[in-house]
Write a protein that binds this ligand. Sequence first.
Ligand SMILES: Cc1ncc(COP(=O)(O)O)c(C=O)c1O
Length: 314
Amino acid sequence: MRRLLGTSSREMHKFLPYAWFRGKCVPFKEANVSIATHALHYGTGAFGGMRAIPDPNQNSSILLFRADRHAKRLSQSAKLLLADLEEGYVLDALHQTIKANQPNKPIYLRPFVYTSDLGIAPRLHNIETDFLIYGIELGDYLSPNGVSCRFSSWTRQEDNSLPLRGKISGAYITSSLAKTEAVESGFDEALLLNSRGKVCEASGMNIFIVREGKLITPSVDQDILEGITRASIIQIARDIDIDVIERAVDKTELLIADEVFLSGTAAKITPIRKIESTSLNANRPIMDKLRNILIEITEGRNNEYKHWITRINL
Ligand SMILES: Cc1ncc(COP(=O)(O)O)c(C=O)c1O
């Protein structure tokens, strides 16, 4: 078999030197699993994704955004895979991993719970699970100036075919197919509809539109991932008296909306400038307001939301 060629991810990413593996911090290069690892074959893992930045206002401390919510979602994802992962354990492992790495740049942490047993048979009973964390240095995942999108020919899965409220690794085959289809046809991102033909989300981000001054986003019954950035944006918007409506969104609403943007841990808030052949409004006052507040919060400059930030002293 021919090995598929591409840019190696080892060249693309700057991995942090230490990972959390089998209950302790070890050098990243020594954190390796067997080729017979169950999760590698069946997608039976669940992951999280969190950003952490050096505090721009104070040396030697790292700020984590909504660490408790991320730990809770990962623990719930594990539960959906019939595994036990306590939130406190995740938080403690994150803390130790950050301390071991002493990061001085913005990083992205990837905690992962997975069936670590070796061998075959897709199942979730009578199987060993494990938990790991690794990190990479990460700046902007998508251009903060905006992205072009296409509607994907792939449909987002339904909650009764797999547990969509967890970040289940096997589910990301659809995101991967959609993202590559978008990029190979000249766009930056994919927009997925659900099986009812309603707008769902992008390959790894939730979506918002603004119409007549109101912020609208697909509701949690639309087969979306319940994004933590999404929940934070909704809270911030309500706190500054912007009406927020969570409901089913039609495809054509995106094309005539006053503003359209994506939200996610990696993407932060990223505007959509074009969908297929339709250019969207470049003036986005509501998105700008929300983005500025979110940046203030993540950089530890907003007292009102300081309970969303965990500070780790190095
Ligand atoms: C499919 C999908 N939707 C939405 C999101 C955004 O979620 P969050 O804001 O929690 O990062 C992500 C990223 O985790 C994702 O993978």
